[in-house]
Design a protein around this ligand. Structure first.
Ligand code: NAD
Length: 525
């Protein structure tokens, strides 16, 4: 593999970024928007970059008492925030979007350095935050319900949407800031207040976001408690899941986590929005434009070092073009520049930590035991610039769809090549033949194939693309997946509805009191 030499004055660049974003050497355990807090003597967690192993900064971990403080503050803030007209809340979100524009470069760099995705993707993630702010501003003038005709004379019926209350957001390490903004900005214009528990692997970008928000909250003299941050691990997440004061918990992460959160929230009849693991496939038919398909496959499989929920994990290729696709991939993979994510020439950064490297190696070993044929990759890179041990070479394995490892989501750059024959229905069956249902795509220039893929007997995923890869969704559409992916939808379209409670209203503007369904109930007096 081609290895990039890191020539950036990185230490200086990162120090400047931390300074600009207000990240200190040790950061407090929680924030209620303006104030920061935390118990004395709590645990402190050091956060190291997966890029070079350097200590970036530390965070204090919130205790149950800290959490309690935050919830109380959020409850108070909700009473104020819900009374502000939605377009005025939209104005606050517009200003947050503008602040993010100002800090895009710095926040993008910190995302890249803390999480390990390449700078282009770090900047893209911040752009996604800006885009959702713009979307939410427009939405703040459109939180609409239907009107219906009543069966009773001089009656009017309509429905309206009201704020829910506190929205709990639990986020994953791989999109450390965008997922929060998808939830928080919509929830905010809907009149909700938000408590965010970021991934314990990437809390510093969350701290940075909170500092950015703080400027807007201060400038607008808003109270504490509208946008809250609690730094903690699964225990804090679990407190949120079990807390009846939080009507909606939006949780992004592994299916294992989603099942626990879903069960806890369900047991108290709360609402959950679950965005969980994927096992996404691209189908390449014999009618595909192969050059286009290959570009999408490589971005999908190795982008973010295979750590996107929408990463391409399975490639289902028609037997007539199978060898050609395989050969081309085997030429492209060795030329992929692997290196420091902040280096301009890098396309593949590190995995998040050594546990992820272990999971990558274990998966490759297990799939080979099942009969998989490792064609390329799978090494852990060595040498001075890779000394931290988080850099791997993306792997390609010939495999069968039913293999246990192929059925699982390994959060690493492993691409399984699966051959199909016959017509596109066989490929669709393979594509649907996993537990997860997030993203899917087909490369074909044949209308009969692409329409079959999109039909009611086609892809069973929440996202189905034609001649576009599985990853890189736009915020305008609703994002989420079926089956083990959890069924939640967030971001665009009408995903906002989950952040509100729905109310049907019937108004009588006559002088009679007719009952629905013509029921007679005359009171004698
Ligand atoms: P993870 O499940 O380990 O952790 C995610 C978050 O859940 C963290 O904040 C963690 O502290 C919290 N958590 C863990 N156990 C919990 C529990 N029992 N109760 C409450 N909270 C708990 O996931 P990860 O390793 O951070 O992220 C990778 C996973 O996330 C992958 O499976 C990926 O596909 C998925 N993901 C899905 C989407 C999507 O939109 N579908 C987006 C990003 C990531």
């Amino acid at each position: 593999m081609k290895q990039t030499i890191d020539e950036l004055p990185l230490t200086k660049a990162v120090t400047d970024v931390l300074h600009q974003l207000g990240v200190k050497d040790i950061n407090p355990a929680y924030s209620t928007g303006l104030a920061w807090g935390g118990q004395e003597g709590c645990t402190t967690k050091e956060i190291y970059s997966p890029a070079d192993g350097n200590l970036i900064a530390s965070v204090n971990m919130a205790t149950a008492e800290d959490y309690e403080q935050v919830v109380k503050q959020a409850e108070e803030a909700f009473k104020v925030w819900r009374k502000m007209p939605a377009p005025k809340r939209g104005e606050i979100v517009r200003q947050i979007g503008n602040k993010l524009r100002e800090h895009k470069e710095a926040l993008g760099k910190l995302v890249s350095y803390e999480m390990g995705k390449i700078l282009q993707e770090g900047l893209g993630e911040v752009q996604e935050m800006i885009d959702i702010c713009d979307f939410a501003v427009g939405l703040s003038r459109q939180l609409h319900g239907y009107t219906m005709h009543s069966e009773r004379p001089q009656h009017r019926m309509y429905e309206q949407y009201h704020p829910l209350g506190i929205v709990g957001v639990i986020s994953a390490f791989n999109f450390p800031v965008a997922v929060w903004s998808w939830n928080a900005m919509l929830a905010a214009v809907c009149g909700d207040v938000v408590i965010w528990k970021p991934s314990e692997k990437t809390p510093l970008t969350a701290v940075a976001c909170q500092h950015i928000l703080r400027e807007v909250l201060t400038e607008n003299e808003l109270p504490e408690g509208i946008f809250n941050l609690v730094i903690g691990d699964a225990e804090i997440g679990s407190l949120m899941a079990n807390d009846t004061r939080i009507p909606l918990v939006s949780a992004t992460g592994s299916t294992r986590m989603g099942k626990k959160v879903g069960e806890a929230v369900g047991a108290r009849l709360g609402k959950s929005l679950l965005e969980l693991g994927g096992n996404n496939a691209i189908i390449i038919t014999e009618h595909a434009d192969l050059e286009m398909a290959l570009r999408a496959v490589v971005f999908g499989a190795v982008g973010t070092c295979g750590q996107r929920c929408t990463s391409t994990r399975r490639l289902i290729i028609h037997e007539n073009v199978y060898e050609q696709v395989k050969e081309r991939l085997l030429k492209i993979y060795p030329s992929l520049p692997i290196g420091h994510p902040l280096s301009n020439t890098t396309l593949v950064g590190p995995l998040i930590d050594k546990d992820a490297v272990k999971a990558f190696q274990n998966a490759l070993e297990a799939v080979q035991q099942e009969g998989g044929n490792l064609l390329i990759g799978g090494e852990v890179l060595e040498g001075e610039q890779y000394a931290i041990g988080t850099y791997v070479t993306p792997a390609i394995v010939e495999a069968e769809n039913h293999y246990h490892m192929v059925q699982e989501e390994t959060f690493a750059p492993i691409l399984y090549l699966i051959k199909y024959s016959g017509d596109v229905e066989n490929a669709i069956e393979l594509q649907n033949g996993v537990k997860q249902g997030l993203s899917s795509s087909i490369f074909s220039t044949n209308l009969l194939e692409t329409e079959a893929f999109l039909s009611h007997w086609g892809s069973d995923c929440g996202i189905a693309n034609v001649n576009i890869g599985t990853s890189g969704a736009e915020i305008g559409g609703a994002f989420g997946g079926e089956k083990d992916t959890g069924g939640g939808r967030e971001s665009g379209s009408d995903a906002w509805r989950v952040y509100m409670r729905r109310q049907t209203n019937t108004i009588n503007y006559g002088r009679e009191l007719p009952l629905a369904q013509g029921i007679k109930f005359d009171i004698m007096d």
